[in-house]
Design a protein around this ligand. Structure first.
Ligand SMILES: Nc1nc2c(c(=O)[nH]1)N[C@H]1C(S)=C(S)[C@@H](COP(=O)(O)O)O[C@H]1N2
Ligand SMILES: [Mo]
Length: 515
């Protein structure tokens, strides 16, 4: 009499996980060879990003800051593992359910890949081949996972299953490993970037001075951010899960739409044109009050008004829809690109070619507007159009069509929650109101009088401005410290608002423990 063996639940969950792992690994390896953005995990991730509602984007950026992409992949990894294990359990009951799950996953990934703006003719191939591998693994593992006729307790079943599981696991690891190595050598434009020499600017623009004069711009206090943000310290925000890799020799900018004549510009033509150098502070609309999604750099580039003048803008236009290589778009009011401000098609950042994550080889920089309506990285197209006719990426996702930067200020030193010694306490911070300029900053201790802070120098109204304040007689206990800034017209609003739909507002307040 043969004893009835129990259904090996854990084994079936593992079957699901291994088949899923092989699916994604094979898809990734194939995509690296054919079309990197078509990798199942990349296409799926990019689609999830596109479907992310503003409150969730807001939450992700506020919680994880510039690590939002890592967080997304971790969450996706956990969710997919759960689903794969569940699919394995279903497959253990009925084989067809497992095959169906792999096919459904493959269809989803193929659809996502085909729908990406940056994938090509072979977009669905990785998902199709990955499906074949996944189903093969599933079949093999299922056969080995089921109890056989071998006598219970002999260990034969276990050995048969473990052998197959280790084999499939190793296969997935090898495919993923080879994929990563090939990806690194294949898709990197870092060497093209390293070979570039930046041209000299013809003009150094600044409403304050002819030269970028940094004297007195830095408040010398431990913990203050640098007035000029080093490139590798500059915040990064974008929807690109894999950074677009664009060889400058292949880069082109197409200017079309409501223009007298369409223009195509090559990188060499751009670099050989009369370039302007300007210092501009960029800020993200998702920056919470007191947050760090802001950075200040010197940009080298071609004034966008020059290229628009060459194309000849028609009277009916009021917006420029800029598009990046991966399909992301921004809608910028035409006047911000044609008036006398330093709106640039930038190729240089702090004296270097743009870092790849910051838009290499060419990006837009527009003083006074949040990045989501102006700062298109990896830009390849400018469509002159009308707000009434075209919509940019974030508009249907709940963010305002227009995004002028709100006047803002923060306390950087000491950090909120710090403990300081009683007596004299030095405070420092940063304020910005790009293209209008910061004219005054005030500090308030607890419910006291607002008192003027000392303003550091600044290069122009397009950059942020540091401030400092000496709190002469800090008494022991817990204290609240607030700041507020003025632009050329008014004090920043005290009204608190969340980042969505058009930027956070309210006063930054920190809490200090004085002993
Ligand atoms: N192609 C592309 N460009 C983009 C974005 C994007 O998602 N894709 N995000 C914009 C946003 S929201 C901001 S705040 C700035 C950030 O620029 P940085 O990453 O260089 O700081 O880039 C802008 N340009
Ligand atoms: Mo942003």
């Amino acid at each position: 009499m043969s004893e009835k063996k129990p259904r090996p639940t854990r084994r079936f969950a593992l079957v699901g996980l291994l088949a899923g792992a092989l699916f994604f690994a094979v898809g990734w390896l194939l995509a690296v060879l054919l079309d990197p953005p078509a990798a199942p995990h990349a296409a799926l991730g990019a689609t999830v990003v596109d479907l992310t509602p503003p409150w969730l984007k807001d939450f992700a950026v506020e919680t994880f800051g510039t690590n939002d992409k890592v967080a997304l992949f971790v969450v996706m990894g956990i969710v997919s593992s759960g689903l794969a294990a569940l699919a394995g359990l279903l497959a253990g009951r009925r084989r067809g359910l497992g095959v169906g799950a792999v096919l459904a996953l493959a269809a989803l990934c193929a659809l996502a890949a085909a729908g990406r703006p940056d994938t090509g003719t072979y977009a669905i191939v990785p998902a199709v081949v990955a499906a074949a591998a996944g189903i093969g693994a599933l079949e093999l593992l299922l056969r080995r996972a089921r109890p056989s006729d071998a006598p219970a307790g002999s260990g034969t079943d276990r050995r048969r299953f473990v052998g197959a599981a280790v084999g499939i696991g190793a296969g997935a690891a090898i495919a993923a490993g080879v994929g990563s190595i090939v990806a690194r050598t294949r898709t990197s434009v870092e060497s093209a970037r390293a070979d570039l020499a930046l041209p000299e600017p013809t003009e150094t623009a600044s409403s304050a001075a002819d030269e970028l004069d940094l004297t007195g711009t830095q408040v010398e206090l431990d913990g203050m951010p640098e007035y000029v943000t080093p490139n590798d310290n500059f915040y990064r925000i974008d929807t690109a899960l894999s950074v677009p890799q664009i060889d400058p020799s292949e880069w082109q900018l197409r200017v079309h739409g409501l223009v007298d004549q369409e223009i195509t510009l090559s990188y060499d033509e751009l670099a050989d044109a009369a370039l302007t150098e300007a210092m501009v502070t960029l800020t993200c609309v998702s920056n919470p009050i007191g947050g760090s999604l802001a950075g200040n750099a010197t940009w080298l580039g071609l004034p966008i008004r020059d290229i628009l003048a060459r194309a000849g803008v028609q009277d009916s236009a009021d917006m420029v829809l800029s598009r990046s290589a991966d399909g992301w778009t921004a809608g910028t009011p035409l006047e911000a690109l044609t008036d006398d401000r330093d709106s640039l098609l930038a190729i240089g950042m702090n004296g270097e070619p743009l870092p790849v994550e910051h838009g290499f080889p060419v990006r837009m920089v527009v003083p006074g507007l949040y990045g989501y309506v102006s700062a298109t990285k990896w830009v390849t197209e400018l469509k002159v159009t009308r707000f009434a006719d075209d919509e940019a990426y974030w508009t249907p996702r709940g963010w305002s069509e227009r995004g002028p930067v709100k006047t803002a200020s923060r306390v950087d030193v000491p950090q909120s929650g710090a403990t300081v010694a009683a007596g004299e306490v030095r405070l420092g911070g940063t304020a910005w109101a790009q293209h209008r300029g910061i004219t005054r900053v005030q500090v308030q201790i607890d419910d006291g009088q607002w008192q003027d802070a000392e303003l550091a120098s600044t290069v122009s109204t397009d950059t942020w401005r540091q401030w400092s304040f000496t709190w002469a007689d800090a008494s022991p206990g817990r204290h609240a410290v607030r700041c507020r800034a003025w632009d050329d017209e008014d004090v920043q609003t005290a009204e608190t608002a969340a980042p969505a739909p058009n930027g956070a507002s309210g006063y930054h307040v920190i809490s200090l423990e004085v002993e």
